[in-house]
Design a protein around this ligand. Structure first.
Ligand code: ZN
Ligand code: ZN
Length: 214
């Protein structure tokens, strides 16, 4: 069974998740650590629990989700995995940082590994499935842990909200289709861990989300 630990990082209050199982193998989803003290919190947790990082996985390429990638790569020598459609956002992350009011950030490396729809990622004895959920950003993915009943949705679906669609590559119709067609088909008790804010469940969002309720 997977275990989860979350951190809230950077001026956008971005949720970074570390998930691991009994083998202590772990992945870091969307490392948004931005300051030295945020990096220390993330690395301190990983080191203290003697976790073995396998890879970084990015749900999409917006700067608040990828700004810590290079620091994690450097420290643990691990690859970054994301959908190949995210590459334009990685290339523009430096410029996005300016639009979004961040302090200037350095170049962010392109992902090392391309993830495909329905691909299964192994973490020790456990697994995550890739679900393509574009609409908020190009190449946005969600990550589903079927045994634990969890889904990491990045900025596609939030508790009672959805991701903005006014940034380059955003499309509200596409986002609604991703949520209704790919996320709302998961079991109602699936716990949703979003890129910002608190967790929720698929069933609650089907009933109460003002943008996509069915
Ligand atoms: Zn985003
Ligand atoms: Zn975000």
């Amino acid at each position: 069974m997977l275990q989860i630990n979350s951190f809230v990082f950077n001026p956008f209050g971005e949720n970074t998740y570390v998930i691991f199982d009994e083998t202590k193998e772990c992945v870091i989803i969307d490392p948004g650590c931005y300051t030295a003290s945020e990096e220390d919190r993330l690395f301190g947790y990983i080191d203290q629990h003697q976790l073995k990082p396998l890879m970084v996985i990015n749900t999409h390429g917006h700067v608040d989700h990828v700004v810590g990638n290079n620091a994690v790569k450097r420290r643990y020598g691990i690859p970054v995995a994301a959908h190949s459609d995210t590459h334009p956002d990685f290339t523009q992350a430096k410029r996005q940082a300016v639009w979004l009011g961040f302090q200037p950030v350095g170049d962010i490396d392109l992902p090392d590994v391309d993830l495909q729809d329905d691909e299964v990622i192994k973490i020790g004895e456990s697994s995550l499935e890739v679900i393509c959920t574009p609409g908020h950003a190009r190449g946005s993915i969600s990550l589903y842990a079927p045994v634990e009943g969890w889904v990491f949705t990045g900025d596609a679906l939030f508790c009672r909200s959805v991701g903005r669609t006014d940034l380059p590559g955003g499309d509200f119709e596409e986002l609604r289709e991703s949520i209704r067609g790919r996320l709302f088909t998961l079991p109602n008790d699936t716990e949703v861990f979003s890129g910002h804010g608190e967790s929720t469940t698929i069933g609650e969002e089907k009933d109460f989300n003002p943008y996509v309720a069915v």
